[in-house]
Design a binder for this molecule. Structure first.
Ligand SMILES: Nc1nc2c(ncn2[C@@H]2O[C@H](COP(=O)(O)OP(=O)(O)OP(=O)(O)O)[C@@H](O)[C@H]2O)c(=O)[nH]1
Ligand SMILES: [Mg+2]
Length: 323
C-alpha cells in the first residue's frame, strides 16, 4: 500500500472525518488510488442499515433526511447522508440549498453529509455511490441515507438495492401519483406523503393506499408498505417514519430477508463494476487490439452484424483476461 492509501485507510477506520472526506473526493474525481482504499475497506463494511430515499423533485427528501438524522441521533445512532444529484458537478455548489439546510447537523460528529454528482467518477455514478456507501459503512455510520431524485433510471437503480427504500411524494392532484406509479411504486418499502400541511394530502394517501392494495399478491405479502404523512419542515410524522424504518429493519432481520437483500445488493454492485470494466476494456481493445479492430472493420463493411461482432470481441477479451 502506498503511504497515502495507508494513511487514509487507517484514518478512516479511526474515525477521522478528514480522511473520509478526502477519500470521497478522490472517488468523485475518478482518482485510481481511491480504488486501493475502497478494496481494503470492503471487509470492514456490511454493518450499516442503508436507507434509499427517492421521489419527486422538491417533495422534501432532503428536509426529511435531516429530520430523520436528528431523530436517529436522539437514539444515539450515527448517520451518513449521501445526496446524489446526477446533473450537478462534483465540486463547488452541488446542492447548495441542501448544504445550508443541513448545516445545523454539520457540527455533529455523529453525522456525515455529502452531495455527489457524476463528473469524473470511474465506472459511473452508481458505482461511485456504492463506493461512498461502503466507505461510510466502514467509517462506522449506523444508518446511511441515500437521497436520489426518482426521475431517471440511474437514480432509481441506486436506491433500488438499499435495505429499505422510502418513496416520497406530495399532495397535488393525481399527476404526482401517476408519475411515481411508473417505476418507483415497485421499489418502495415505505411511502411518505410529505407536505401534509398542503391541501389534498389525505386524498393522496388514499390514492396511494388503493394503488398498493391493488397490487397482485398484496394480501399475502409479509411486509405491508405503510403510507406515512409528514410535514418535514416542522418534523411532523418523523417519529412515525423512524418507527417504520425500524420496523422494516426488524422485519428484514427476523425473516431472513436481510441476507436476501444483501446478496441482491452485492450482486447488483458487482454487475455495475463489471459493466464498467467490460465497457472500458472493450473500448480500449477496439482501438488498440488488431483482432478487435479487424472485427470492427468487418462490422463497418457490413460483413458481420453487431451481435456476432460483440460475441467475437467478448471472446478476445476473455482470452486476454485469462492470459
Ligand atoms: N409546506 C411544506 N414545505 C416543505 C415541506 N418539506 C419540505 N418543504 C419545502 O419544500 C422545498 C423542497 O424541499 P427539499 O427538502 O429540498 O426537497 P427535495 O425533495 O430534497 O428536493 P430535490 O432534492 O431538489 O428533489 C423546500 O423549500 C422545503 O422547505 C413540508 O412538509 N411542507
Ligand atoms: Mg434534495
Amino acid at each position: 500500500m502506498s503511504d497515502l492509501i495507508d494513511s487514509l485507510y487507517r484514518g478512516l477506520l479511526q474515525g477521522d472525518r478528514r480522511s473520509a472526506a478526502r477519500l470521497i473526493t478522490m472517488i468523485e474525481n475518478g482518482d485510481p488510488l481511491s480504488i486501493g482504499v475502497v478494496k481494503e475497506l470492503h471487509r470492514h463494511s456490511g454493518k450499516a442499515q442503508i436507507v434509499g430515499l427517492t421521489g419527486l423533485p422538491g417533495s422534501g427528501k432532503s428536509t426529511l433526511a435531516c429530520g430523520l438524522a436528528k431523530k436517529y441521533r436522539e437514539y444515539g445512532k450515527t448517520v451518513g447522508i449521501i445526496a446524489v444529484d446526477p446533473t450537478s458537478p462534483f465540486t463547488g455548489g452541488a446542492l447548495l440549498g441542501d448544504r445550508i439546510r443541513m448545516q445545523e447537523l454539520a457540527g455533529d460528529p455523529g453525522v456525515f453529509i455529502r452531495s455527489m454528482g457524476s463528473r469524473g467518477a470511474l465506472g459511473g455514478l452508481a458505482t461511485a455511490t456504492n463506493d461512498v456507501i461502503n466507505i461510510l459503512d466502514a467509517f462506522g455510520m449506523d444508518v446511511i441515507i441515500v437521497e436520489t431524485v426518482g426521475a431517471g433510471q440511474v437514480e432509481v437503480e441506486i436506491v433500488k438495492y438499499a435495505h429499505t427504500c422510502v418513496v416520497v411524494t406530495m399532495p397535488g392532484g393525481g399527476d404526482e401519483i401517476q408519475a411515481i406509479k411508473a417505476g418507483i411504486l415497485e421499489i418502495g418499502d415505505i411511502f411518505v406523503v410529505n407536505k401534509a400541511d398542503k391541501e389534498g394530502s389525505s386524498r393522496t394517501v388514499a390514492d396511494l393506499e388503493m394503488m398498493l392494495e391493488m397490487k397482485p399478491g398484496f394480501d399475502e405479502a409479509p411486509w405491508k408498505q405503510p403510507v406515512i404523512q409528514t410535514v418535514a419542515t416542522n418534523s411532523q410524522g418523523i417519529d412515525e417514519l423512524h418507527e417504520a424504518l425500524d420496523n422494516h429493519w426488524r422485519f428484514l432481520n427476523e425473516t431472513g430477508k436481510l441476507e436476501e437483500k444483501t446478496s441482491e445488493r452485492m450482486k447488483a454492485e458487482l454487475i455495475e463494476v463489471l459493466n464498467s470494466k467490460v465497457s472500458i476494456a472493450a473500448s480500449k481493445a477496439l482501438s488498440e487490439d488488431p483482432k478487435c479492430r479487424e472485427v470492427l472493420t468487418r462490422l463497418i463493411k457490413r460483413e458481420i452484424d453487431p451481435h456476432s461482432a460483440a460475441d467475437q470481441v467478448a471472446k478476445y477479451l476473455i482470452k486476454g483476461a485469462s492470459q
